[in-house]
Design a protein around this ligand. Structure first.
Ligand code: FMN
Length: 377
C-alpha cells in the first residue's frame, strides 16, 4: 500500500513536477522550495497527511542505536539542504530517520556570489558553490530551541559546523576559534543529538581548511578541550588518495572521535559519470552520481581497516535503495543524501526504506545492524 502510493508519488514527481522545476534556474527552485516547505509545515493537518503517505516505518528491521543515538531508520538528510535548520518538521514528514542541518558558522554569512548551483541532469549531479551561506549559529540555536519536543523525540538532529567563510578567517588559529565559538554556543542545546565538523567544504575562502593531519590534529585538540558530552562526527573529503585519507583517520582515532561521514562534494570534474558540458567559468564542486564511486571505495577501505573502531555514515550519490544498501553492506551504519531527493522527489526516502527492508529480508538479516559491512569481510 505504502509502496504503491510512494511509487505513484515518484512517478508524478518525475513526470510532471520535475520537468517544471528543472526548466527554472536551480537557485530559484531551491529558494522557492524552502519557502513552500516553510508554509507547508505551518499546517499540522498537511504534515500529518504527507507523513501518512510518505513515511515508511519498520522498527524491527530498520531501527538501531548508533553512537548511543536511536535512529528509526538509517536514511538521513545530509548537510547543506537546510542550512538554517528551518525545515525540521518537513524533513521528518518525508520519512528521513535523521537530519543534518547546516553547515552553520559562528558569524552569519551571505555565501558566495550567485549562482550557487548548476544542474547536470545527464550526470545526476549539481555543481554547488554556496560557500556556507547561513544565518549564524546563535540565530539558528534559537530556532532549534523553539521546536516543540515532539519533532525531536525520535528524530535525531545533527548540526554541521564549519568555519565562517570570509577572507579574514583563513588563518588556522582564527578558523579554529571560529569552530570552537560555534560549538560553545550549541554545546548545551538539548535538542541536538550530535555535531558534525565540516572540515572539507571546498567552496570557501582558503579552500578545504583542515584536511591535512597536522591542521586536523590542531583543530581536534581544541575540540577535545571542550569535553563535549555529545558525539562529534567528522565530514571527510573524498578526493584524497587512501594514504592521505588514512592519515586523517588516524588523527581522528587519536582524539577518540568515532564517527566519520564519507563524504563531501567531488572537486574533480573528470570521470565517465560526467556527461554534461559545463560552461566555462562555472564555479563549484560536484554532488550526486560523480561522488558515488569515490565514497563507496573510501567506505569500503575505512571499514576494512577500522571496523569496530570507527562508525561510518555513507554519503554520496544515493538515488535508490540499492545505492543505500550497497553502502551499508560495504560498512556504513547510516546513510545520507541530498541530490537524490532533488532528482527523484521527496517520496524517495520512504521508498528507500521500504525497499531496504525487502533487501534485508531477502539476504536473511533480522535488523539493519546485521547487514553493516556484510559484503566487506
Ligand atoms: C545544495 C547542496 C549544498 C551542500 N552544502 C553542504 C554544506 O553546507 N555542508 C556540508 O558538509 N556538505 C554540503 N553539501 C554536501 C552534501 O552534504 C553531500 O556530502 C554531497 O552532496 C554528496 O551527497 P549527495 O550526492 O547525496 O548530494 C551540499 C550538497 C548540496 C547538493
Amino acid at each position: 500500500m505504502v509502496r504503491s502510493i510512494s511509487h505513484n508519488a515518484g512517478a508524478v514527481y518525475r513526470r510532471f513536477l520535475k520537468p517544471l522545476l528543472f526548466r527554472q534556474r536551480p537557485d530559484a527552485v531551491h529558494s522557492r522550495m524552502l519557502k513552500l516547505a516553510a508554509v507547508y509545515q505551518k499546517f499540522p493537518a498537511a504534515i500529518r497527511t504527507i507523513s501518512r503517505i510518505l513515511v515508511y516505518r519498520n522498527d524491527a528491521l530498520l531501527k538501531q542505536t548508533v553512537n548511543g543515538i536511536t535512529f528509526r531508520n538509517p536514511v538521513g538528510l545530509s548537510a547543506g539542504f537546510d542550512k538554517n535548520i528551518e525545515l525540521l518538521p518537513t524533513m521528518q514528514s518525508v520519512g528521513y530517520g535523521f537530519m543534518t542541518g547546516g553547515s552553520v558558522t559562528y558569524q552569519p554569512c551571505d555565501g558566495n556570489p550567485r549562482p550557487w548551483f548548476y544542474r547536470l541532469p545527464k550526470s545526476k549531479s549539481l555543481i554547488v558553490n554556496v560557500g556556507l551561506a547561513n544565518q549564524g549559529v546563535e540565530r539558528i540555536r534559537q530556532r532549534i530551541t523553539s521546536y516543540e519536543e515532539k519533532w525531536l523525540a525520535e528524530f535525531p538532529l545533527i548540526v554541521s559546523i564549519a568555519k565562517t567563510n570570509s577572507p579574514e578567517n583563513c588563518n588556522d588559529n582564527e578558523a579554529i576559534a571560529d569552530y570552537i565559538g560555534s560549538l560553545e554556543v550549541v554545546r548545551n542545546e538539548k535538542h541536538i543529538a550530535a555535531y558534525e565538523l565540516n572540515i572539507s567544504c571546498p567552496n570557501a575562502y582558503g579552500g578545504e581548511p583542515f584536511t591535512t593531519p597536522k591542521r586536523l590534529d590542531k583543530l581536534l585538540t581544541a575540540v577535545d578541550a571542550l569535553s563535549l558530552t555529545k558525539p562529534v562526527w567528522i565530514k571527510m573529503p573524498i578526493n584524497l588518495a587512501w594514504r592521505d585519507f588514512n592519515s586523517l583517520l588516524q588523527v581522528i582515532l587519536k582524539h577518540h572521535m568515532t564517527t566519520v561521514v564519507i563524504g563531501n562534494l567531488n572537486k574533480q570534474r573528470l570521470g565517465k559519470q560526467l556527461q554534461d558540458a559545463i560552461p566555462v567559468g562555472t564555479k563549484g564542486n560536484l554532488s550526486g552520481l560523480p561522488t558515488q564511486k569515490l565514497s563507496d571505495e573510501l567506505i569500503a577501505k575505512t571499514y576494512q581497516k577500522y571496523h569496530g573502531k570507527l562508525i561510518i555514515v555513507g554519503v554520496g550519490g544515493i538515488f535508490s535503495a540499492k545505492d543505500a544498501y550497497r553502502k551499508i553492506c560495504l560498512g556504513a551504519s547510516l546513510v545520507g543524501l541530498v541530490t537524490g531527493m532533488i532528482f527523484e522527489g521527496p517520496q524517495l526516502i520512504g521508498q528507500i526504506n521500504e525497499e531496504l527492508t525487502e533487501l534485508l529480508v531477502k539476504d536473511g538479516f533480522r535488523n539493519i545492524s546485521e547487514a553493516i559491512g556484510s559484503n566487506n569481510q
